[in-house]
Design a protein. Structure first.
Length: 77
């Protein structure tokens, strides 16, 4: 039987050093923002139909394409 790999915790945590709670709180907020936890909670707060999700993704893709093409145009001229 193969050895199990050490599983790291999926929970976010920050060590408080020398009683510096403000710094630890700032670090924690940044980590929550980076991992997208709040966005996921917002998305899961209500049900969205798959067709609505696809429509939103298409809109975002169109906006990204427009922004990228404008930046390329500015580089050329």
């Amino acid at each position: 039987m193969a050895k199990r790999e050490k599983k790291t915790s999926d929970l976010l945590y920050v060590k408080v050093r020398d009683g510096q709670i403000e710094g630890a709180l700032r670090t924690f907020k940044n980590r929550v923002k980076e991992c997208g936890l709040l966005l996921e909670l917002k998305e899961r707060s209500h049900y969205t139909k798959p067709s609505v999700k696809r429509r939103g993704e298409k809109k975002l893709a169109a906006l990204r394409y427009k922004k990228d093409s404008e930046q390329e145009y500015k580089k050329l001229y």
